[in-house]
Design a protein around this ligand. Structure first.
Ligand SMILES: Cc1cc2nc3c(=O)[nH]c(=O)nc-3n(C[C@H](O)[C@H](O)[C@H](O)COP(=O)(O)OP(=O)(O)OC[C@H]3O[C@@H](n4cnc5c(N)ncnc54)[C@H](O)[C@@H]3O)c2cc1C
Length: 198
């Protein structure tokens, strides 16, 4: 497996452990090797579902889904679920990290974690100063993006929403119309999370 595939950081941990020491690292894995071609083709990941490379779990019945159980794929091979995943690189929203930072210390905040994102990334065509340029994980834009995605984003712009480039340092700070991070609103409505900071 190449350690430079997006969304697949798993070989980095043993790599980092041995990087600066002579320690030997024992890697225990219930599954087999990761040689199958579909493992290394982002769009082919669903071909691995319910095969011998998948733990093929099913959740308990979900109350919010009319008690339907849900199929829950998990990789069973070297690389684990990273070898069955869609290889999308998504940093996440700063507001969510900041919330963790508030709960467990600033190391978990967006600013606390940003150096680690940068250290991990090697983003093709990086434009943002916050983009990593020389890390072990090669990240590039989709080669054949679905035209519907562009149409959807154009429609969002037409409606007055701000559309930021992927992995842009502001993207995680997008605020919805009410001055709240859009991702947080549904939970806020249940009254469990305090109001967002401006
Ligand atoms: C279908 C799918 C698509 C996804 N798409 C993306 C994506 O595009 N981008 C992204 O960032 N994330 C994605 N994810 C999520 C991401 O892959 C996981 O969050 C991540 O791989 C979890 O890493 P982990 O080390 O916690 O667990 P895992 O990667 O699941 O590793 C656990 C490993 O332990 C092994 N194991 C389990 N039990 C035992 C045992 N008893 N003895 C020995 N070995 C054992 C398993 O076989 C597995 O190899 C996706 C996940 C799935 C399932």
């Amino acid at each position: 497996m190449s350690s430079s595939e997006p969304g697949r950081p798993e070989p980095l941990s043993p790599g980092r452990l041995t990087e600066k020491s002579t320690a030997s690292v024992a890697l225990l894995e219930a599954g087999g090797p990761d040689r199958k071609a579909a493992i290394h083709i982002p769009a082919a990941f669903s071909q691995l579902f319910k095969t011998e490379l998948d733990w093929d779990y099913t959740t308990v019945p979900q109350t919010q889904l009319s008690r339907r159980p849900v199929y829950w794929p998990r990789g069973r091979m070297l690389g684990g679920s990273s070898s069955i995943n869609a290889m999308m690189w998504v940093r996440g929203f700063a507001a969510d990290y900041d919330e963790w930072g508030n709960l467990c210390g600033s190391d978990g905040s967006w600013q606390g974690l940003l150096p680690y994102f940068r250290r991990l990334e090697r983003i093709t065509g990086a434009t943002d100063p916050d983009h990593g340029r020389s890390g072990p994980m090669n990240i590039e834009p989709q080669r054949n993006p679905n035209p519907h995605t562009a149409a959807f984003l154009d429609a969002a712009k037409e409606l007055g929403h701000t559309v930021e480039p992927p992995q842009h340092s502001n993207a995680h700070r997008l605020l919805a119309d009410h001055g709240e991070p859009a991702t947080r609103r549904p939970v806020q409505h249940r009254g469990r999370i305090p109001q967002a900071r401006p």
